[in-house]
Design a protein. Structure first.
Length: 453
């Protein structure tokens, strides 16, 4: 009986897998921090015999090559990918034996040109399909990450690849890499935790929209912006990245921290959004250390610009460093740990107000007409927004600071508070007077605010 161990990376919205027969195993799409995978194999008492890559990933740096080398395993990569390292090239129809089970390669272009899926058979019967960024739960991987010129062609390929996978028996378990918050997914629905080929034939948009042209129109219309750091992932993976071993981070004292702030360097405060708002060093940017931390820091801070991390504990700094290593953001120029007061050393502290949508409604009833900046994506904004608000998506805030009024408080909000906290810190860093709304947008209408589309 084959078993599948799921290794989740919620920070990026992805999953890696270990499938094994109790003796030997296959790892699919491992992340750069390969120790998690090695531990999963050790816990299961299995030898990693093969590592498989469904595609050259756009949202993270792979650990595939490093894992294969450390485990002495075959590294299965599409023969059509122009990689710069030794691998076991595979193509459509190839079969690889791993222990007692067989791994069949199925060409599934669409998310990338050379994307492949791996169908594992147990006793000659298909057992599981590892589909990477091809067929996901309820949707498919987005086709626009390679180049604008190839987007429509890849969207057509994605529809055909989904239908090809749909020919598998209905009880075959589906194990995609993306679709759990990753921007590699064409649409987001994090509520589905597992599925089968049969269920996808009923529920997936690729099967619900049979006409290819209509499918492409619907798919492309749903695509939202994706993080800018994606542009660097494909090249890093083609080069054959090393494992994400974390080197020691240089400690920065309060004096050096002050000098870096004075020079306008990126100093990243990892504390909770409310703690940051209450008091922080003037010139810092606040990126609360949460599951979305790495995505938004990698999106907003210029790629691999040296950053200094500020945290309450060494563990927080280490966690941030590890998360950033998953996308190859290794430019950690140092770290400072401790309370704000102990780190100030003449740098100066500041803070700003935290509010709710009810507070905003109250301000408007008092006759004030405060400036409201909505930092949600454009597609979220058009579905409904506060009348008179200004939409500056979170990833554009740093470049559009000049569009925000220089005087008077600016009320900043998103859908739940996390993105608003980052935006508020960026505006505060630029000298704006801000009020951060830490509240669910669902409460906006209930608070009496006028919403429009």
């Amino acid at each position: 009986m084959l078993k599948v161990t799921t290794i989740e990376t919620p920070e990026l919205g992805d999953r890696s897998y270990l499938v094994h027969d109790g003796t030997e195993g296959l790892v699919v799409d491992p992340q750069r921090d390969i120790e998690r995978v090695l531990k999963a194999a050790a816990d299961a008492g299995v030898r990693i015999a093969a590592v498989a890559e469904t595609h050259m990933h756009n949202d993270y740096v792979t650990g595939g090559l490093a894992l294969a080398r450390k485990a002495g395993a075959e590294y299965l990569v599409s023969a059509d990918d122009e990689v710069r390292f030794e691998r076991a090239p595979v193509a459509d129809g190839d079969e690889v034996k791993v222990g007692s089970f067989t791994v069949k390669v199925v060409a599934t272009p669409g998310h990338t040109e050379n994307h492949v899926s791996f169908v594992v058979s147990d006793g000659g019967e298909p057992f599981a399909a590892f589909t990477g960024g091809s067929l996901l739960y309820g949707t498919v991987g987005r086709p626009d990450l390679v180049s604008p010129e190839l987007t429509e062609q890849l969207a057509r390929s994605q529809h055909r690849s989904a239908h090809r996978l749909g020919e598998l028996p209905g009880d075959v378990e589906l194990y995609p890499t993306h679709g759990f918050g990753s921007f590699c997914s064409a649409s987001q629905d994090d509520s589905v935790g597992s599925s089968t080929i049969g269920r996808e034939r009923k529920d997936n948009i690729a099967f619900q929209i049979e006409d290819e042209d209509r499918f492409i129109e619907s798919l492309l219309a749903a695509l939202a912006p994706y993080p800018s750091y994606y542009a660097h992932m494909g090249e890093a993976n083609l080069a054959g990245p090393e494992a994400g071993d974390l080197p020691p981070v240089t400690s920065v004292d309060s004096g050096e921290l002050r000098r870096r702030l004075e020079r306008g360097e990126w100093v990243i405060d990892l504390r909770s959004r409310r703690a940051f708002a209450t008091k922080h060093l003037r010139g810092e940017a606040g990126f609360e250390l949460s599951s979305s931390f790495v995505t938004y820091l990698g999106w907003i801070v210029p790629w691999n610009t040296p950053i200094t991390l500020v945290g309450e504990t060494q563990e927080d700094v280490r966690k941030a460093q590890r998360d950033l290593s998953l996308i190859g953001f290794d430019a950690i120029a140092g770290a400072a740990v401790g309370a704000v007061e102990s780190l100030a050393a003449g740098a100066g502290t500041c803070g700003y107000r935290v509010a709710t949508f009810a507070d905003l409604a109250g301000a408007m009833k008092d006759g004030d007409r405060p400036q409201v900046v909505d930092v949600r994506r454009r597609d979220e904004w058009v579905e409904g927004h506060i009348a008179g608000s200004q939409n500056i998506p979170i990833h554009e805030v740093a470049d559009r600071v000049s569009e925000v009024p220089a005087t008077g408080p600016v009320w900043v909000h998103c859908a739940g508070g996390f993105r608003a906290s980052i935006a508020a810190s960026l505006l505060d860093r630029a000298g704006k007077e801000v009020v951060m709304i830490d509240d669910s947008f669902d409460n906006a209408k209930e608070s009496g605010l006028e919403l429009t589309r």
